[in-house]
Ligand binder design. Sequence first.
Ligand code: C5P
Length: 234
Amino acid sequence: PRTAAVIPAAGRGVRLGPGAPKALRTLNGTPMLVHAVRAMAASRAVSLVVVVAPPDGAPDVRRLLDAHSLPERTDYLVVPGGETRQESVRLGLDALPEGFDIVLVHDAARPLVPVETVDAVIEAVRDGAPAVVPALPLADTVKEVEPASGSAPEPVVATPERARLRAVQTPQGFAYETLAEAHRTVTGEVTDDASMVERLGRKVVVVPGHEEAFKVTRPLDLVLAEAVLARRRA
Ligand code: C5P
């Protein structure tokens, strides 16, 4: 089966502080997006990577990819993204040529995911799961709250049993038809692609994630990411 990876990279990354769009920030001198593209192309199963650029940034992102060394056995497409992550992923799917039966969706903001995790997700889809997410158990206890306006303390509503919770990462893997149907039919706010498949009533399964697949969201995450890269080179 042929496998493509879609990388939504159109976010502004406001939580990271002021500056360039998040995917273009550098880690040890290389843009986060380039790390993420290399992480997908590192899997021998991935023959196409579709990068979804900021709406007005596709030419710049194309130039950026051309300026960095990437595995030659993989093809790279760049398309402009949308207002929301969901819309960006849909635009990436729309750009896929015929013939890809497995699709990965991977956040540019998870630049350091190891190839073993990528391959484990692909393998679970090949084994028949329509949707696969890598995930880890939680260190923190999680509370559901009633969001309060302003600075008022938020009342706790519930404490879900921690042992049953997982923190979900990317790449998430899908049978192409399942993800395409989800993006055609599911509306409303979602924060990942697998939840759209859940809304279709289709089965989503979890495989072990990896601590290095964390999402670079806040300034401290940049420090951690550069430390991980330094350790890899040591
Ligand atoms: O904002 P969040 O951290 O959830 O974004 C996850 C991924 O979705 C990032 O890689 C970001 O660039 C991407 N994104 C996008 N288009 C948007 C918003 C976010 O491609 N409009």
